[in-house]
Design a protein around this ligand. Structure first.
Ligand code: NDP
Length: 252
């Protein structure tokens, strides 16, 4: 097995399930030491055990990414234990679609708090490490998980889509800002992926829409997206995917 990410240190947020968990396993398989962040410590412990059983190296740090101080502590631990991160998969997110007039205030706040503020807290905590690693070793990666919702129009997804449009546009700007310093910035834009993301949806109409979408096409798996993350990270340093859109074949 080739290990193109040997000597790299990857931090993955939203790693306790779905795309984050699968990507952490893929990055470890490709040789990176992986630091996994999410709130559910038991899930992270299981993930670390799986990675270690398969010969990889991983560290779990139970963290709420909406808490900037907790993220600063996590970054300090990564610096102390591993000398800093050179790959960040900034992936924690939540999707709570509903008609705008029915969208509970706590649900739109939760999406903005996690998908925007949590994302920014993570960038704030780890970007200095990415810049330092890139200066030393010539490459670092910031991969932000956006969504096709950043550009496509889905009624009832206005707030979620707004947060993901932020992620994609921010990523393009950061790419221009950091590329000259050898930090590659990518926006990863999946179509629909079968994960726990859909389980949090409470709006009956949105749940029905999702059930119909599940019947009408085969969704992506988290492993499909993880392979894409590994592909992005394993490219030679001169290659930067600005945006990567990965869709189920049957999704329009
Ligand atoms: P999951 O629900 O499986 O994963 C979400 C992850 O975010 C979990 O690990 C969860 O862990 C973590 N998380 C939630 N809240 C917090 C918090 N406050 N602090 C730290 N971690 C948190 O969904 P996906 O894997 O599908 O989602 C990953 C990303 O992919 C999201 O950004 C999502 O928007 C995006 N995406 C998903 C698509 C899909 O169809 N599934 C399509 C396009 C984009 P915990 O609860 O343990 O904290």
């Amino acid at each position: 097995m080739s290990r193109p990410l040997a000597r790299r240190v990857a931090v993955v947020t939203g790693a306790s399930s779905g795309i984050g968990a699968a990507s952490a396993e893929k990055l470890a398989e490709l040789g990176a030491r992986v630091v996994v962040l999410a709130r559910r410590a038991d899930r992270l412990a299981d993930l670390v055990a799986r990675i270690e059983r398969d010969g990889g190296s991983a560290l779990a740090i139970a963290t709420d990414v909406t808490d900037a101080a907790a993220l600063a502590d996590a970054a300090a631990r990564v610096a102390a234990d591993f000398g800093g991160a050179d790959l960040l998969l900034n992936n924690a997110g939540v999707m709570l679609p509903a008609p705008i007039e029915e969208l509970a205030a706590d649900q739109w706040k939760q999406q903005i708090d996690l998908n925007i503020t949590g994302l920014m807290n993570t960038i704030g905590a780890f970007t200095p490490q990415l810049i330092g690693a890139a200066a030393e070793r010539g490459v670092a990666d910031l991969i932000n998980t956006s969504s096709i919702a950043a550009r496509n129009i889905f009624p009832n997804f206005a707030v979620y889509s707004g947060t993901k449009a932020y992620v994609t546009h921010l990523s393009r700007h950061l790419r221009a800002e950091l590329g000259a310093r050898n930090v590659r910035v990518s926006a990863l834009e999946p179509g629909i992926v079968g994960t726990e993301l859909q389980n949090h949806v409470t709006d009956p109409g949105a749940r029905e829409w999702l059930a119909g979408a599940r019947e009408s096409m085969e969704w992506l798996t988290a492993e499909d997206v993880a392979r894409t993350v590994g592909f992005i990270a394993a490219m030679p340093p001169r290659v930067n995917f600005q945006q990567v859109t990965i869709m189920p074949t049957g999704q329009a």
